[in-house]
Design a protein around this ligand. Structure first.
Ligand SMILES: Cc1cc2nc3c(=O)[nH]c(=O)nc-3n(C[C@H](O)[C@H](O)[C@H](O)COP(=O)(O)OP(=O)(O)OC[C@H]3O[C@@H](n4cnc5c(N)ncnc54)[C@H](O)[C@@H]3O)c2cc1C
Length: 346
């Protein structure tokens, strides 16, 4: 565990905003993470768990905040079966390194979630997903320090109440995840059936087909890069939190209120559709690259759903733009866009 090393949170987050906190405590093993969390829970101190910093926007003034940095790492196969493995990954392990490990070792189930930044322990928080896969499809259980009981317990996936880009951890459930266990398939180097038309069209395959794992990973990296959705030092459109808003879910009947061309996806329940928040934003009068005059926060040049920091933006500027987008989308389309990142200290 290391304390001190005080830096502005802008250096620890992909949006590159956020002031200097009271202290940053880096926990390189799981026990330290639990011990320090319990200590802070027992005090009057304000604190926030931070891992990869890719889904969080800190306020400009966070001088009263203690930050616990999740920095435990490791991947361990805990049981091997004929056609699957169970693998436990420490919370602070970078997610995309785990995906690369799975692809290299021919384990299927997470290949389409290549290139998503951040840590493995944060993936249950918003049920991370992309290109037809979600972590809730493969999480079996996780070790969790529960604020309510103060106990460290192994919780089954159902405990976290996963739904689209959401879990109980975003609402009433408070605690810290130490490790996450995943069930990955052995499919002789092939992926699980692809549930993303974008991937299958890109490689000229049929929807639902199984593709070589490496091909899926490379395709997803290419598609994501074209939208500024891979964090790269030389891509200013990736100085963001990824999607700033979730795609709104509406009852299927509401679809008639929108023009036919609106991009949308039918949900498996048959009664809901997910509308493209990016489409709603662009059709509420915000072109890609838009910024409020004088502001250093702007909509990405590549993707209307990402708010980017063009260099030296403040959190206030980021949130001003987000609020303006919400207001205009609500006025034009009657839809209340919900921010995806965690907004801390506002
Ligand atoms: C360019 C870009 C593209 C992205 N694309 C996608 C995408 O395709 N799909 C998607 O779902 N997301 C996407 N994201 C969002 C983000 O990558 C994920 O939400 C990721 O899981 C966040 O991980 P993190 O470690 O950075 O979390 P942080 O930002 O550090 O934290 C996020 C939240 O999780 C909590 N948390 C972190 N670790 C723990 C823990 N161990 N226990 C309990 N709580 C914890 C924090 O307290 C905070 O509330 C993207 C982000 C960027 C910048």
């Amino acid at each position: 565990m290391s304390e001190g090393n005080l830096k502005a949170l802008s250096t620890l987050t992909t949006m590159r905003v956020g002031g200097t906190p009271k202290q940053i405590i880096s926990c390189s093993n799981t026990q330290q993470l639990y011990d320090k969390t319990l200590e802070l829970w027992g005090s009057e101190e304000k604190f926030q768990v931070l891992a990869g910093g890719s889904n969080i926007v800190f306020a400009d003034d966070v001088s009263d905040l203690n930050v616990l940095l999740v920095a435990n790492r490791g991947i361990e196969i805990v049981s091997e079966h004929e056609d699957y493995i169970l693998v436990q990954v420490q919370a602070g392990h970078p997610w995309d390194e785990f995906v690369e490990w799975a692809v290299t070792n021919d384990y299927a189930g997470i290949e389409a979630m290549s290139g998503i930044p951040g840590s493995t322990g944060a993936t249950p928080v918003q049920n991370v997903g992309g290109y037809g896969q979600e972590v809730s499809d493969v999480i079996t259980q996780a070790e969790f320090l529960d604020h309510e009981t103060g106990e460290i317990e192994i919780k089954p996936a159902s405990f976290f109440k996963f739904s689209y880009r959401d879990s109980a951890l975003k609402h009433d459930l408070e605690g810290v995840i130490g490790w996450v266990e995943f069930k990955l398939q052995k499919l002789n180097g092939l992926s699980i059936p692809m549930a993303s038309g974008q991937i299958t069209q890109h490689v000229g395959a049929e929807y639902g087909s199984q593709l070589p794992l490496r091909q899926v990973r490379e395709t997803v990296m290419e598609l994501r890069s074209s939208k500024g959705m891979v964090v790269k030092i030389d891509d200013p459109d990736s100085v963001s939190c990824g999607s700033f808003f979730t795609n709104p879910l509406v009852g299927i009947a509401k679809l008639t209120e929108f023009p036919e061309e609106i991009q949308h996806w039918k949900m498996p329940d048959g009664t809901h559709v997910k509308l493209s928040a990016g489409w709603l934003i662009e059709h509420a009068g915000f072109p890609k690259g838009y910024s409020i005059p004088g502001s250093k926060a702007a909509i990405s040049d590549k993707h209307a759903l990402a708010i980017t920091n063009r260099g030296g933006a403040t959190s206030r500027e980021v949130l001003e733009l987000a609020r303006l987008i919400q207001e205009r989308v609500a006025a034009r389309w009657g839809i209340n866009l919900i921010p995806e990142p965690n907004l801390i200290g506002f």
